[in-house]
Design a protein around this ligand. Structure first.
Ligand code: ZN
Length: 260
């Protein structure tokens, strides 16, 4: 029941548990949950107690289903690409939890301790449909002693033989590597509010990131495989997200409900 509520929060791009709670008077919830929606506080607390393996299991299930249905097709070069990259989801100088990493910032007013959360994500890059498959949090102390890189250089190196991947394919894969930044993290942060701290608790932060990825995958699969090309061309993905939230808000009857 909690997972169904959280899924609508992400699919409707509501952005916070409080925004979700304000839709409580919507008649949609009784239909969707079979009961009244719990408070924002309860949803956050229950998410912090969830088994992360269960949520990963659902992410895996969606991937397996899409693969079996042949909904995942490789790019033109024929190879599916798995991209791994890190992302900092939140930073604060005031609030911290047992899962926060720490760093010292050298400011003009002296050194300041900053707390932050970072995770490493895995993305599977296909032709038109790509999936965010998993996330693993960076643990406190894991990055200690590592200097921030101020300048960098890069080159493409491959262990694939020329028969397995021609130069063109390797160059294309080099470009596709950025898909995790552009269509993964940017989409999750700017359109799905995934960097919002729904509850500042190490387990809850990971659970909400995984839920955001799950909803993004389901939404993208729906958008790429269920919508007709004319419908896809006619409106943006954000418009489709707004239609989902409109359905939720349209069924609110009566005066605004005070947050608990
Ligand atoms: Zn924290």
């Amino acid at each position: 029941m909690i997972t169904r509520a959280v899924a609508i929060m992400f699919l409707g791009r509501l952005g916070s548990l409080n925004a979700l709670e304000q839709t409580k008077p919507s008649r949609f919830w009784l239909r969707w949950l079979g009961q009244a929606m719990p408070s924002a506080d309860s949803i956050g607390r229950i998410c912090s107690l969830m088994d992360v393996g269960d949520v990963r299991g659902v992410l895996h299930h969606v991937y397996v289903r899409l693969k079996r249905m042949k909904a995942l097709t490789p790019p033109e070069h024929g190879l599916m690409l798995a991209v791994v990259d890190g992302h900092e989801s939140t930073a604060s100088r005031k609030r911290c939890c047992s899962g926060c990493c720490q760093r010292v910032l050298h400011t003009t007013r002296g050194d300041v301790l900053e707390y932050y959360h970072r995770y490493v994500a895995l993305r599977l890059v296909g032709r038109d449909l790509s999936l965010m498959l998993d996330a693993e949090p960076v643990q406190p102390g894991e990055l200690d002693g590592q200097e921030e890189e101020l300048a960098s250089d890069w080159m493409w190196v491959t262990t694939l033989s020329a028969r397995q991947a021609a130069t063109r394919a390797v160059v294309d894969m080099g470009h596709e590597r950025w898909s995790i930044e552009n269509q993964g993290f940017n989409e999750l942060v700017n359109r799905w509010h995934a960097n919002h701290v729904f509850r500042h608790h190490p387990a809850a932060i990971l659970i909400f990131v995984l839920f955001a990825m799950l909803c993004l995958n389901v939404f993208m699969a729906f958008h790429c495989r269920n919508l007709k090309p004319e419908a896809r061309r006619a409106v943006t993905m954000l418009h489709v997200g707004k239609l989902i939230s409109t359905e939720l808000y349209a069924e609110i009857r009566g005066p605004p409900c005070a947050s608990a």
